[in-house]
Design a protein around this ligand. Structure first.
Ligand SMILES: Nc1nc(=O)c2c([nH]1)NC[C@@H]1CN(c3ccc(C(=O)N[C@@H](CCC(=O)O)C(=O)O)cc3)C=[N+]21
Length: 284
């Protein structure tokens, strides 16, 4: 079997064209342009690339955006007071603080400082709670992008075995909630899971979000499974690769996302979706 490749760039392009139309309509009807502020602390090269991609995506969709950069040793108080200004700024509908933050920051405290109505990452404790209670206000962008992929591919989740590798707050945990709400039977595996392959081989839907290059091999995948690769790993030669051994697993799976060009572009797309949604809510 050779798997269908789920093309994140193509789906992202289609959705972003729709967002651009909606943004133009909002501007015409209410004079509001969706606005995103992205805060980056430190000089990590990969983070700088992601932040630039987010700002460029905003420009292409006709959104306003602001990039706010701080040195790695910045006094946290300066970041908190900037967040307070952005919370009150009518041009800004979404605020994103790029993670991870330097060690002298309390990340939970920073995320909680963002007004929940502008928390387009969906990381504020209040929004995490709303997601768990089944009435999400902002769905975290990466799991949201995965759900869009599955919907676009016409994959029915009801009663399916979904296995997630990784239990992070930004991917694994919210991914589990969304798949459960879509009536899949969900298993979360992590670094202490015994006999990982036992679990992964049962999966109809396998989501890899553990951050280990090419960790998922063909022998760990049930023939015909749908494999979603959330990993973004940079190899010593500078190339990107996912958590899945793409070449081998695509011979076993029925559908698979590539890296690059899979979940990554969809993460940024759903950030635009949440920012647009925030702006539309305010106009209502
Ligand atoms: N508060 C916060 N929100 C985030 O959403 C967030 C974050 N912090 N910290 C870091 C991770 C990582 N992340 C990515 C987004 C897009 C690509 C992406 O577009 N990747 C391209 C390749 C880009 C490249 O060439 O490096 C692709 O997969 O095709 C990757 C990674 C968002 N994150």
């Amino acid at each position: 079997m050779t798997a269908t490749i789920l093309d994140g760039n193509a789906l992202a392009k289609k959705l972003r064209a729709d967002f651009k139309t909606r943004a133009e309509a909002l501007l015409a009807s209410h004079g509001t342009r969706p606005g995103l502020a992205v805060i980056l602390v430190g000089e990590d090269a990969a983070s700088q690339v992601y932040v630039r991609n987010k700002v460029n995506a905003c420009a292409q969709a006709g959104f306003h955006s602001e990039k706010i950069l701080y040195a790695p040793d910045v006094e946290p108080q300066r970041v908190f007071s900037r967040i307070a200004e952005l919370n009150a700024d009518p041009k800004i509908h979404g605020i994103l603080v790029q993670l991870p933050l330097p060690k002298h920051f309390d990340s939970d405290a920073v995320l909680k400082a963002i007004c929940p109505g502008k928390d387009v990452d969906g990381f504020h404790a209040e929004n995490v709670g709303a997601l768990m209670q089944g009435h999400p206000r902002f769905i975290p962008c990466t799991p949201y992008g995965v759900m869009k992929f599955l919907a676009e591919a016409g994959i029915d989740l009801k009663g399916k075995e979904a296995v997630i590798l990784g239990r992070s707050n930004i991917v694994g945990k919210p991914m589990a909630m969304l798949l459960m709400q879509a009536s899949a039977t969900v298993t979360i595996c992590h670094s202490q899971t015994r006999d990982l392959a036992f679990h992964t081989r049962r999966a109809d839907i396998l989501v890899a979000a553990l951050g280990k290059p090419r960790f998922v091999t063909a022998g760990m995948v049930k023939p015909g499974a749908v494999v979603i690769d959330v990993g973004i790993n940079r190899l010593p030669d500078g190339k990107l690769c996912g958590d899945v051994d793409f070449a081998a697993v695509s011979e076993v799976a029925s559908a698979i996302t590539p890296v690059p060009g899979g979940v990554g572009p969809m993460t940024i797309t759903m950030l635009l979706a949440n920012t647009l949604e925030a702006a539309e809510r305010e106009a209502r």
